[in-house]
Design a protein around this ligand. Sequence first.
Ligand code: ADP
Ligand code: MG
Length: 688
Amino acid sequence: MTLQLTTSVKYLKGVGPKRAEALARLGLRTVGDLLYHAPHRYLDATSVTPLAQAHVGQDVTCIGRVASTGVLPTRKGLRVFRAVLRDDSGSVLECAWPGQPFLERQIKKGQLLLVTGPVRYYHGRQLVPREFVILADEGDTGPDRGLVLPVYPATEGLTHRQIRALIHQHLESLLALVHDPHPGALREAVGLPDLRTALAAVHRPAAAEDAEAGRRRLAFDELFDQQLVHARARALAKRSRAGIRFALKKELTTRLKEHLPFELTGDQQHAIREIADDMTAPLRMHRLLMGDVGTGKTVVALFAMLLAVENEYQAVIMAPTELLAEQHVATLTRLLAPLELRPDLLIGRLSAAEKTAARERIAAGASRVIVGTHALIQESVTFHRLGLAVIDEQHRFGVEQRAALVEKGDAPDVLLLTATPIPRSLALTWYGDLDVTELRERPPGRGTVKTALRTEAARQKIYEFLRSECAAGRQAYVLYPVIDESEKADLKAATVMASRIAKVFPELVIGLVHGRLKPEERDAAMRAFRDNAVHILVATSVIEVGIDVANATVMLIEHAERFGLAQLHQLRGRVGRGAAASHCILLSDVPEAAPRLEAFAQTTDGFKIAELDLAERGMGELTGARQSGGVPLRYANFATDLPLLEAARRAAAQIIARDPALARAEHAAYRERIVQRYERGFELFRVG
Ligand code: ADP
Ligand code: MG
């Protein structure tokens, strides 16, 4: 059998059924997957210390021949594998692997070994390797230089060292299968190595810079593919998708404005105008409305919905949870009452009869403003004349779910809402085919949120504060980063803490939500909190974005250092929704985390925090961004790769402009890769 990139890994030498299974758990099914399995970090073992100069207390990399081996028990009953290394100068050094007697089968006398780790004192100098590599067998000569060692994402039953050995064993034959799809001119313009060089450098770098150059090339490729998809989608949308041309009748929208219980902020007015311009233009609207929690996206969306409704179309808003849908329906009912309009609700927890009735009203066109959840995209739901689809917390939906709602209409306009702001430059590049509107201004009359960073020493004081707030009729959230006690870290699991909190506050009702609850259970717990039947809600980070409990004034976040800044910001947004002053208290006993938590405490601007978060983690992690392309990013790091993203976008746009369906022979490899990787790839690049 001839090896191809699509050949199953199980045909590789050294891969049995067990290993194939372990590899599959890592998503590695073909030999191509294995070749593209990138190390998540490197261990720099390039500078080698002669054995004689490895001193106690240092962390060193050494190379030597194995002079002897043995397994010894220690006093604690732990079996220790030991190997004595000797180098050309005749010096020796003992290495010890506590608890790994099985290494006896791997490390043999005569082998040339590289070890890296700390040197301690134990009846003499002893190196305790974190890593080792067998450089050569007995009698063979190996490199006497150091190495940069790739460390791979591993899984149970397959260590990163085994993965490294497997990849290295087959690297040459796998590299031979790879063809670079980019012409030399493009590589040169962006400053990229060719594909084979890049992959070799990623897996077997001579220096840390080589590995980085290789990663950069792979990152460019994935960004480039994604930008080709964006450019094509944009071109298709522009060409074929005429939208509805709504007329500015100023009937319902004007009446809403007259009856609003508050003044719109300047940003809201601007957003409403931008959206109206889109909706009255012949092209289809495809717009993202980004705004921090509490900036008032819902009412902006409502204006858009009314513009559709006064044009005899239906408008729908889909939310990710039943609770949010209920909240929307309550808000819209209130705002629309003076207009004698009633929104209809379609969610899973309605009775069968209620659902049938709602579906009938929607199909007949009796419903004009519709609010719902995923229940809206079921097959049994048909719209009479859908003109506008609004998707709230859009990143909580998959691409197909968003598409499913939109396809319920005949080319309706689309408005996406998100409370996870990302820097504008990035949004424009990333959501290549979307227009973006920002809401930065907060409505006036909101209580402020004070953020404070505290250590464990302040716990009793904090509890007293919670007690006094609750005694004054307010409510509080207490947040934990994980739920599972078995998680090895010494985190206080939410369940344990809930009972502890219950003991501290015997006079209060304590609620609990965590990730293991079923959606209905979670919604029920949140509902009880919303209805003020629960004073303190103990939760993991699952509490809903967008939920609006104006009476909650305290957000206590334990182990704050465990959260990303964007996540902290979302959590903080749960309070400060009413007129009362609110407090976000970050508890953390990790001094290294203090600067970033302080920086967070200093600002409430979600866009600024998004930038800090981006610098901290890179964009692969940002919610929404990860899913929006349909394919997760593996190599790109947006904290550093923004220029690379720009280059990819330019190159992709030029190619799509010249060859929209990638039909030319020189682009066949691009087309093939996209069709393979992207779910909608084939559809997008179908010729004609
Ligand atoms: P988000 O952007 O987080 O979705 P919402 O749309 O839920 O925010 O609005 C939060 C709250 O602010 C709602 O109670 C809403 O009625 C209120 N609100 C919206 N706009 C204004 C405004 N201009 N002035 C005062 N309150 C407003
Ligand atoms: Mg909202």
